[in-house]
Design a protein around this ligand. Structure first.
Ligand code: RNT
Ligand code: ZN
Length: 421
C-alpha cells in the first residue's frame, strides 16, 4: 500500500470515529501496552527438542505436512524471529519446557534446568522481548497411561511434580532476568477415553500434586502461575481431571491465574462471557486464543465472532491490565510463519476493534434502557473503517501494511524453508 494513502485513510477514519466519541489515537496507545504472548510450538508442530523419538500425545494433535518445519532450536528461533518482525507492537515469546537445548544429550523432564534455556533467554534479550513458560506434561512415555500428576503410581506422580517444580525455578529465573513476571501455564493431559469410576480421588490427587508443585513461595514479581482447564481431548473424551470447575476452584483458592482456552469448552459455551465472572474472584486471567473446528483442533486464530467477543469483553470490563493474551494453535498444513502472523494479527485486530467501540455511547444507551439504539449502534460499528486504523498502526510500528507481509513470508519460504529436508 502507498505510504501517503495510509495516513490519509487514517485521518478520514479518525474523523468517522470521532463522530461516535472514539479517540483512535488513544486506542493505538492502548494497543502498544498489550503484549501478545506468541507460542513457539506453531513453528515445529509441537515436537520440541528432546532428542527422543516420542510422538505427540495427550489429546492434542498437529495435522498436515507443509514443508519447512523447524527441526532444531536455531531454525525455530530464525522462523519465530521472522514472524515477530511481521506483527506490530511488542510481543512476548511463549516457550514449552521441552524446547530445551542440551547439546546432544538427553535430559528428561524431571531434570530440566534453566541452563538449557540460556540461548532462548539471550535471543529474547537481543530481540527486546520477554519470555513466558509452560510445563510440558504430555507427549512422554510417563504420560502414556493418560495421567501425570493424578497418576496412582507414586513414581510417575513424583516425576511430574519434580518437572513442575523445576519449571517454576526456570520461570523464576526468566522473570528475574527480564524484569517482568514470567507467566507459567500449567496444563496436563490427565484424563481418560472412557468414563472412570473414580473421579473424586483422581481430582484430589491432582490438587495435592499441584500444591506440591507450588509448595515453594515465589514472588509474583517473577512468576505468575496459571492453571488451564479443559473439557476433553482426542483419546481423552470422557474425563479430564483438570476440568473447568477444578481449575476455577483451584485458581480462586490458591490465588493464581486461571487460563481459559477458546477450544476447551462446550461448543456453544462462550469464553467471552467468563471474563466478567472470573475477574470478580481472580485477579488475573490468561487467555489462550485458538480456533476449535468441531473439536479442540487448534486451527489458526481468525478475527471471528469468538475472538471479537472475547476482546470486547476484556475491553468493556476495563481489564486489559488483568488479562494476559497468549496464542495457542498449531497448523502443520500451511506455511507455519504465515500461521503465526495471521493468528497474531487477527488477535490484535480483534483487540483494536474492541478498543474502537463507542463505549460511552453504548453504555449511556444501555443505562437509559434504550436497547434499540444500542443494537443499532453495535451493528453500525461492524463496518466502520477499523482497517484504516490498523494499517496506520502497522505503518507506525514499522511492519508491513495490509498483505505486504505475505510476500516476505513467501520469500523466506523460498530462501530458507524449502531447503529443509
Ligand atoms: C492443550 C492446551 C495447551 C497446549 C499447549 C501446547 O489442549 O491448550 O495449552 O495446547 O500448552
Ligand atoms: Zn491452551
Amino acid at each position: 500500500m502507498k505510504k501517503g494513502n495510509v495516513m490519509q485513510q487514517y485521518e478520514a477514519a479518525k474523523e468517522r470515529y470521532e463522530e461516535y466519541g472514539v479517540d483512535t489515537d488513544a486506542a493505538l496507545r492502548a494497543m502498544d501496552e498489550v503484549e501478545i504472548s506468541m507460542h513457539c510450538w506453531q513453528g515445529d508442530d509441537v515436537t520440541g527438542f528432546e532428542l527422543s523419538e516420542q510422538g505427540m500425545s495427550g489429546g492434542i494433535l498437529a495435522t498436515g505436512n507443509y514443508p519447512g518445519r523447524a527441526r532444531n532450536a536455531e531454525e525455530l528461533r530464525a522462523d519465530y524471529g521472522k514472524a515477530f518482525s511481521l506483527v506490530p507492537g511488542k510481543q512476548r515469546a511463549n516457550l514449552h519446557a521441552f524446547y530445551l537445548e542440551t547439546n546432544g544429550k538427553h535430559v528428561d523432564r524431571d531434570a530440566v534446568e534453566v541452563k538449557y534455556f540460556e540461548n532462548w533467554m539471550q535471543w529474547a534479550q537481543e530481540l527486546g522481548i520477554k519470555l513466558d513458560f509452560n510445563t510440558s506434561m504430555f507427549s512422554h512415555p510417563k504420560s502414556e497411561a493418560g495421567y501425570t500428576i493424578a497418576s496412582y503410581d507414586d513414581g510417575i506422580r513424583e516425576f511430574w511434580i519434580e518437572h513442575g517444580r523445576r519449571c517454576r525455578d526456570i520461570a523464576e529465573e526468566m522473570g528475574k532476568r527480564q524484569g517482568s513476571p514470567c507467566v507459567l501455564n500449567h496444563w496436563m493431559v490427565d484424563g481418560s477415553k472412557d468414563s472412570p469410576v473414580d473421579r473424586y480421588d483422581r481430582r484430589a490427587l491432582f490438587v495435592k500434586s499441584m500444591d506440591e508443585i507450588r509448595a515453594r513461595n515465589i514472588s509474583k514479581d517473577y512468576v505468575l502461575d496459571a492453571i488451564e482447564s479443559k473439557l476433553f481431548g482426542i483419546g481423552l473424551e470422557s474425563f479430564t481431571a483438570g476440568s473447568g470447575e477444578l481449575a476455577l476452584g483451584y485458581a480462586i483458592t490458591r490465588d493464581i491465574m486461571l487460563t481459559c482456552d477458546l477450544g476447551h469448552f462446550h461448543p456453544t459455551e462462550s469464553v467471552a462471557d467468563k471474563v466478567s465472572s472470573v475477574l470478580q474472584f481472580i485477579d488475573k486471567m490468561l487467555l489462550h486464543t485458538s480456533r476449535p473446528v468441531r473439536w479442540d483442533s487448534d486451527h489458526v486464530v481468525l478475527q471471528n465472532d469468538e475472538t471479537m467477543a472475547l476482546m470486547q469483553e476484556v475491553v468493556r470490563a476495563d481489564a486489559l491490565r488483568r488479562v494476559y493474551i497468549a496464542l495457542d494453535f498449531f497448523d502443520a498444513s500451511i506455511n507455519r510463519i504465515a500461521a503465526w502472523v495471521i493468528g497474531t494479527r487477527a488477535t490484535q485486530k480483534a483487540l483494536l476493534s474492541a478498543l474502537l467501540e463507542p463505549q460511552k455511547m453504548l453504555l449511556e444507551a444501555e443505562r437509559e434502557g434504550d436497547t434499540t439504539y444500542r443494537l443499532a449502534l453495535v451493528e453500525e460499528m461492524k463496518n466502520m473503517p477499523a482497517n484504516a486504523v490498523w494499517d496506520y498502526y502497522c505503518e507506525k510500528s514499522g511492519v508491513p501494511v495490509g498483505m505486504d507481509w505475505f510476500g516476505e513470508v513467501k520469500q523466506y519460504e523460498k530462501d530458507v524453508l524449502l531447503g529443509r529436508d
